[in-house]
Design a protein around this ligand. Structure first.
Ligand code: SF4
Length: 214
């Protein structure tokens, strides 16, 4: 039987509360000291891990100390500097292009709205939502690989399309919880609901999960 919207909202609330109790300290695991550093770290994190990015960024931010340093750098040097994050040529181009626009169009300040953020080279909704939520406290959800997998397992969505998932989840979870929800799901995906080997028996939300195998 198809679950009603009201039932889904109720289930979403229970799941959120249980995960919050389980991972009270869930937060963004990328290291940064400014909005622009978070933007750079987020671009680097695509198809990589936050751990890998955190190994690269201390040296990177020591060498490039401002949006201007990234904007007017030699992109082939930058590419070498971010090599270990993967897709280094593309990421270097994105970081340089985004930094240039930030410096020349926005006076060096990272924009605080979706429309302007997604106009920056290499910045999609995922990166934009990360910046909006972490820096500007705008209710936003980052739909990463854990969110896609777990929200499908929970049968809150039935699609891999990140934008569709984002909008469907917005209708189920309270906006004040969106930023935290992403971090809770990422922690849960790393610790328990692991890709291809979910630990359903040890999962605190198993009674609310239609995919639980116990
Ligand atoms: S019950 Fe299993 S599939 Fe469902 S969220 Fe928990 S670990 Fe993942």
């Amino acid at each position: 039987m198809r679950e009603s919207k009201a039932k889904k909202v109720e289930r979403a609330k229970s799941i959120y509360e249980l995960l919050l109790a389980e991972y009270p300290n869930a937060k963004c695991s990328l290291h940064y000291n400014s909005p622009h550093e978070l933007l750079v770290a987020t671009i680097l994190s695509a198809q990589s891990t936050d751990h890998r990015v955190n190994q690269v960024t201390p040296g990177l931010f020591e060498k490039y100390t401002s949006p201007k340093d990234f904007a007017y750098c030699d992109v082939s040097d930058l590419s070498k500097d971010v090599h270990s994050c993967g897709y280094h040529n593309q990421k270097a181009k994105s970081i340089q292009g985004a930094s240039l626009k930030i410096v020349e169009d926005y006076g060096g300040e990272v924009p605080n709205n979706m429309d302007e953020l997604v106009e920056l080279p290499g910045v999609g909704r995922k990166t934009a939502n990360c910046v909006l939520g972490e820096i500007y406290n705008v209710p936003s959800m980052v739909i990463d690989t854990h969110m896609v997998r777990i929200m499908n397992l929970l049968k809150f969505v039935n699609t891999k399309d990140a934008k569709k998932i984002e909008f469907e989840l917005m209708a189920l979870f309270e906006d004040k919880n969106w930023v935290k929800l992403t971090h809770l799901i990422i922690d849960h995906g790393r610790a328990v609901c692991i890709a291809r080997r979910p630990q359903c028996g040890a999962c605190v939300i198993n009674e609310f999960c239609p995919s639980a195998v116990i």
